[in-house]
Design a protein around this ligand. Structure first.
Ligand SMILES: Cc1cc2nc3c(=O)[nH]c(=O)nc-3n(C[C@H](O)[C@H](O)[C@H](O)COP(=O)(O)OP(=O)(O)OC[C@H]3O[C@@H](n4cnc5c(N)ncnc54)[C@H](O)[C@@H]3O)c2cc1C
Length: 449
């Protein structure tokens, strides 16, 4: 149990215990400041929460992290975070077949833009019936794609940000890749990575997403998305995090809560998400958001033994990506059950129609009947991911004025990496204003992917 908030002076009050607020608390605490993190919900994590049902662990988030996200390795408190990788690259489904698209290996990314063998066809599905070329085209097209991915992996993020910033859908037509590669692979991959079905996102943000994909492995936190914020919270000094405390007003030196009185402090950091931040500080920009729905099904047999992320190159239904999550992380399902999680982008149809359409598409993608699968949960998040249309500022200011700061994925990129990185930037700005020394002054504030 957390002790009740009392009216005591503290250096910094952080409003919101999502990934951004908790990362900031880690940096500030390690620099020697006292902090209180006030969270309105009963648990920490914000959008990174995990519902526990009958032995299943069901994430609200669309779960695509990358082992190459720098902040996963640099945020204090995450050193014991276990990441469960998907199999390399992705599995692309088209015309009744699965095609493996492997990201380039680090060696091929460094030296060999000759990575012609980065792509290989996976075994046919049982229902396979087509001998037409797959969505990746012939050998030459595949070599060009492998080369493009290897080049992206080898380019430092700062180099990617010198490219013109266009809507991603438009930029993809200028990259010298065949339409088949763009439509059959890059569009579905980027839609899933950016949670943006129309690819209106800044092409620089898309390049960073492809850089992460090509230089690391897609992965998820072992045990559930909430493992990450829980680890951050658990390694803060006891009494730092207070859940069930809703903040209703802020100034530079006082925080007012709904049911727990006021708290005095030297500085305040808003880490609430963009919409709630603008309620507390009218005038703060609220971006548009991409809505996302995650459906969790269970069945007694895994429909695919490969722990792969599966994309539908034919875009034959509402599902943007799906995976047998229990094959990636067995702790997500009880013994003898398989957990299949699927992500739908945009505003979904009514729940009953949605499940019918999703099951029909999953039957095609996995090549098996889904009629007896059990639906465990449908999580719809309207404000899931902040939109990042061009021109997108990847380092939106985190210092509003001395004593008042803001962080969250809406100040960076709309990803867990962006949220963690914004927390670090805000902590640095705050420490500079207070004349304190960041724990690691040499750390560069790198561009987030
Ligand atoms: C469905 C879905 C799919 C996603 N897919 C991916 C993905 O594949 N890869 C990826 O990297 N990212 C993904 N994301 C985005 C990622 O989850 C977010 O970028 C990240 O979790 C944002 O963290 P945050 O700390 O900025 O905000 P939040 O997690 O929103 O945290 C804000 C916190 O502030 C609290 N709060 C709000 N108002 C108050 C108040 N007045 N008083 C006290 N507390 C308050 C909230 O309760 C919340 O806990 C996805 C998100 C969703 C929802």
């Amino acid at each position: 149990m957390l002790e009740p908030v009392c009216k005591a002076d503290v250096d910094v009050v952080i409003v919101g215990a999502g990934a951004a607020g908790l990362a900031a608390a880690q940096h500030l605490t390690r620099a020697g400041l006292t902090t209180k993190v006030l969270e309105a919900a009963p648990t920490v994590g914000g959008r990174m929460t995990t519902e526990k049902v009958d032995g299943f662990r069901l994430d609200r988030i669309g779960r695509l992290l990358s082992t190459s996200y720098p902040e996963l390795h640099r945020t204090p408190g995450l050193n014991t975070l276990a990441l469960r990788p998907f199999s390399p690259g992705v599995l692309l489904h088209s015309d009744g077949r699965h095609h493996r698209v492997a990201a380039p290996t680090p060696r091929s990314a460094r030296g060999a833009l000759t990575a012609a063998r980065a792509l290989a066809s996976a075994p046919r599905l049982p229902r396979s019936q087509s001998s037409r070329p797959g969505p990746l085209g012939g050998h030459l097209d595949q070599t060009r794609l492998a080369t493009a991915l290897a080049r992206l992996a080898a380019t430092p993020p700062e180099g990617l940000l010198t490219r013109p910033d266009l809507p991603t859908a438009q930029a993809l037509t200028t990259r010298g890749l065949p339409p088949r590669t763009v439509n059959g692979f890059l569009r579905p991959l980027l839609a899933a990575l950016l949670c943006d079905p129309d690819l209106t996102t800044s092409s620089r943000a898309a390049d960073l997403a492809l850089h992460s994909f090509a230089s690391g492995r897609l992965c998820l936190p072992e045990g559930g998305a909430d493992t990450l914020p829980e680890l951050l919270a658990a390694s803060l000094p006891p009494g730092t995090v207070h859940t069930g405390v809703e903040v209703t007003a802020v100034s530079t030196t006082t925080v007012t809560t709904k049911d727990h009185g006021e708290l005095g402090c030297r500085a305040i950091l808003l880490a609430t998400g963009a919409r709630a931040a603008a309620l507390l500080l009218p005038g703060l920009r609220v971006p548009a958001f991409h809505p996302v729905t995650v459906l969790h099904h269970t069945t007694d047999e895994p429909p695919l033994t490969d722990p792969a992320l599966l994309l539908d190159a034919d875009r034959s239904g509402p599902v943007a990506q799906t995976a047998v999550i229990s094959q990636v992380d067995p702790s997500r399902a009880p013994d003898g059950r398989a957990l299949v999680s699927s992500m739908v982008l945009g505003t979904p149809p009514a729940a009953a129609h949605l499940d019918t359409a999703v099951r029909a598409q999953l039957a095609r993608l996995y090549g098996t009947s889904t009629t007896r699968w059990e639906l465990l949960a449908v999580h719809h998040t309207r404000d899931a991911v902040p939109a990042m249309p061009p021109p997108h500022d990847l380092r939106r200011p985190v210092r509003l004025l001395a004593g008042l700061y803001v962080c969250g994925d809406h100040r960076d990129t709309g990803t867990v990496q962006g949220a963690l990185h914004s927390g670090r930037r805000a902590a640095h700005a705050l420490l500079m204003d207070l004349g304190a020394r960041p724990a690691a002054t040499q750390e560069r504030l790198e561009t987030a992917a």
